[in-house]
Design a protein. Structure first.
Length: 211
């Protein structure tokens, strides 16, 4: 896997415009939710670009034609709780996707991940698995969640995030060099609390209106 394949930044003017709305501190939770869901669809489209399909025969109202279906099922796994903000948008364009959940929180002092909930669909080994979390900051939560998915048998995993940091990318690919990252942007640094700068704040708090 080349460096380009490992990290794909979605290059689209609507993504750039939507990300600016998410970053703005005056954006209300209602608008934040809408734009996070919409940006997640763009990330999903980018992640699914190389998925294989199988031919099927289709009957339209007028004639027969050749069609296609995905060769593998889709499994979406948000990291609780912020990852839930990416789920609704993707489900609208992938309504047949199975949903798993991984609960991880970051210890405020050590910044290390602590897992408290794991529920993954049984077909994860045969599926295209998308791990969802808006922010790849230190990379610790994404690494822990990826290890959990692999332990459950997942073989084809991609990590989708709205923002990533160079330290997070480095840490993630140190532990999981086989998992591509699809993101809307890469911000330059982390602050002393492990937040992406300039970033967009705490995505979970802003999405759920708890900030």
């Amino acid at each position: 896997m080349s460096a380009t394949d490992k990290v794909r930044v979605t290059d689209h003017p609507l993504v750039a415009a939507g990300l600016s709305v998410l970053r703005a501190k005056q954006t209300t939770p209602e608008i934040f939710r809408r734009y996070l869901q919409e940006l997640s669809v763009f990330l999903f489209v980018e992640a699914s670009r190389s998925w294989e399909t199988k031919p099927v025969d289709i009957e339209t109202p007028l004639a027969s034609c050749a069609g296609a279906v995905l060769a593998k099922p889709i499994v979406l796994v948000p990291i609780l709780r912020a990852g839930l903000g990416m789920l609704d948008g993707i489900q609208r364009v992938a309504p047949d996707a199975a949903i798993g959940h991984i609960g991880i929180y970051r210890d405020a002092e050590t910044l290390r991940p602590v897992s408290y909930f794991e529920r993954v669909p049984v077909n994860v080994a045969a599926a295209e698995v998308l791990l969802l979390d808006p922010m790849l900051a230190t990379g610790n939560s994404a690494c822990e969640a990826s290890s959990i998915l692999k332990a459950q048998g997942a073989r084809s995993i991609q990590f989708l995030c709205v923002l990533a940091s160079p330290p997070g990318i480095e840490q993630f690919h140190r532990e999981h060099p086989d998992i591509p990252i699809v993101t809307a942007a890469i911000d330059p640094e982390l602050d002393d609390h492990g937040y992406i700068v300039p970033g967009l704040g705490d995505a979970g708090d802003r999405y759920f209106g708890t900030g």
